[in-house]
Ligand binder design. Structure first.
Ligand code: NAD
Ligand code: UDP
Length: 313
C-alpha cells in the first residue's frame, strides 16, 4: 500500500484517478480548491477510511508524508484557464514548485500531468516527444501552454539539481464521464448541445483536428508511468492517435444521440491549434505495450449516457 497525493483530485481526471488508486488498495489524499472540480465527483469516497479530502490551493505550500504525488491541479478547459490567466500561470508554476519541494523533502515520486498544448500549433505531425513545439508566448492560450512548459522545466531541474524522482506525461484531449456540463471543451459542449436540442457550435470551419482519448485509457497509461523504474522520466505522450475533424466529431455526436440539432459556425478563437495527433511509440515501448483500447464511438456512448443522467434527459 502506498500513500498517494493527488492534486486536482476533485476534477474530471483526478476523481477517476482517486477511485482507481483506492481500488488498488492505496491510501489517497485528494487536494483541490474546487475551482473547476466538484464535491460530487468525490462524494462517494468521503466515508472511505483510506480517503482524505483536503481543500487547499496548490499555489501555497502543503506538507504531508506521502510516497507518490500526481500533480493534476490546473484548470484545463480554455474557458476556465482564460478566466483568470494570471492565476492559471501561478497554479502551474507555483503549484509545480510547491509539489516538487514536497517531493524533495519526503523523497516521493512525482508525476506531472503535462499536456499536448506544449506543442502549440504544431508544424510537425503527428507530434513526437522530441518536437519542441510552436507556442505563442503572448497569446490568450499562453497562460496555460507556457505555464505547463515552465512546469516541465521545473520538473527537469528539480530532477537534475536535487535528484527528485520525476515522471512527465503529455496528455492529449481526454473525455469521459464526470466532465462538467459547463466545462466548455468540445466533447462536453457537443454532447450537451445535442441532448438539449440546441445548436452545435463549430468554431471556425470545423476542419481543425484533435485526437480524443477516453479517460480509462489515460488512467492506465498514467499509473503504468508512475510504476516505471526511476530511470524513466519522460516526457511521454499519452493519447489516442485516432484523429478527427470537429465536423466529424459533431456528426458522430448527432448520430449517436439521435439529435435534431443543427450545426452553427462561430469565429475560431485565436491561436487555436489546427491539428493534433500523438505519436505514442514511446508510451508503447516504455509502458509495457500500453495502447488505447476504447475508440471514439464506444467512449462517446458511455459519455452520452453519463450526460443524460447528469442532465436528467
Ligand atoms: P479539471 O478542470 O476537471 O480538473 C482540474 C482540477 O484542478 C479541478 O478539480 C480544479 O478544481 C483543480 N484546481 C485548479 N486550480 C487549482 C489550485 N490552484 N489548487 C488546487 N486545485 C486546483 O480538468 P481535467 O481535464 O481533469 O485536467 C486535469 C489535469 O490534466 C490538468 O492539469 C490538465 O492540464 C491536464 N490535462 C488534461 C487534458 C484533458 O484533455 N482532459 C489534456 C491535457 C492535460
Ligand atoms: N471547439 C468547437 N466548438 C466548441 C468548443 C470547441 O468547435 O463548442 C473546437 C475548438 O475551437 C478546438 C477544438 O474544438 O479547435 C478542441 O477544443 P477544446 O477546447 O476541447 O480543446 P483544445 O483546443 O484545448 O484542444
Amino acid at each position: 500500500m502506498s500513500r498517494i497525493l493527488i492534486t486536482g483530485g476533485a476534477g474530471f481526471i483526478g476523481s477517476h484517478l482517486c477511485d482507481r488508486l483506492l481500488s488498488e488498495g492505496n491510501e489517497v489524499i485528494c487536494l483541490d480548491n474546487f475551482f473547476t472540480g466538484r464535491r460530487k465527483n468525490i462524494e462517494h469516497n468521503l466515508s472511505n477510511g483510506y480517503f482524505e479530502f483536503v481543500r487547499h490551493d496548490v499555489t501555497t505550500p502543503y506538507m504531508a508524508e506521502v510516497d507518490e504525488i500526481y500533480n493534476l491541479a490546473c484548470p484545463a478547459s480554455p474557458i476556465h484557464y482564460q478566466y483568470n490567466p494570471i492565476k492559471t500561470v501561478k497554479t502551474s508554476v507555483m503549484g509545480a514548485i510547491n509539489m516538487l519541494g514536497l517531493a524533495k523533502r519526503v523523497k516521493a515520486k512525482i508525476l506531472q500531468a503535462s499536456t499536448s498544448e506544449v506543442y502549440g500549433d504544431p508544424s510537425v505531425h503527428p507530434q513526437p516527444e522530441e518536437y519542441w513545439g510552436n507556442v505563442n508566448p503572448i497569446g490568450i492560450r499562453s497562460c496555460y501552454d507556457e505555464g505547463k512548459r515552465c512546469a516541465e522545466t521545473l520538473f527537469m531541474d528539480y530532477h537534475r539539481q536535487n535528484g527528485v524522482k520525476i515522471k512527465i506525461i503529455r496528455i492529449f484531449n481526454t473525455y469521459g464521464p464526470r466532465m462538467n456540463p459547463n466545462d466548455g471543451r468540445v466533447v462536453s459542449n457537443f454532447i450537451v448541445q445535442a441532448l438539449r436540442g440546441e445548436d452545435i457550435t463549430i468554431f471556425g470551419s470545423g476542419e481543425q483536428t484533435r485526437s480524443f482519448q477516453y479517460v480509462d485509457d489515460l488512467l492506465e497509461g498514467m499509473i503504468r508511468m508512475m510504476k516505471t523504474d526511476d530511470s524513466v522520466i519522460g516526457p511521454v505522450n499519452i493519447g489516442n492517435p485516432n484523429e478527427f475533424t470537429m465536423l466529424e466529431l459533431a456528426t458522430k455526436v448527432i448520430e449517436l444521440t439521435g439529435s435534431k440539432s443543427k450545426l452553427i459556425f462561430q469565429p475560431l478563437p485565436s491561436d487555436d491549434p489546427r491539428q493534433r495527433q500523438p505519436n505514442i511509440s514511446k508510451a508503447k515501448e516504455l509502458l509495457d505495450n500500453w495502447n488505447p483500447t476504447i475508440q471514439l464511438q464506444e467512449g462517446l456512448i458511455k459519455t452520452i449516457q453519463y450526460f443524460k443522467d447528469e442532465l436528467s434527459i
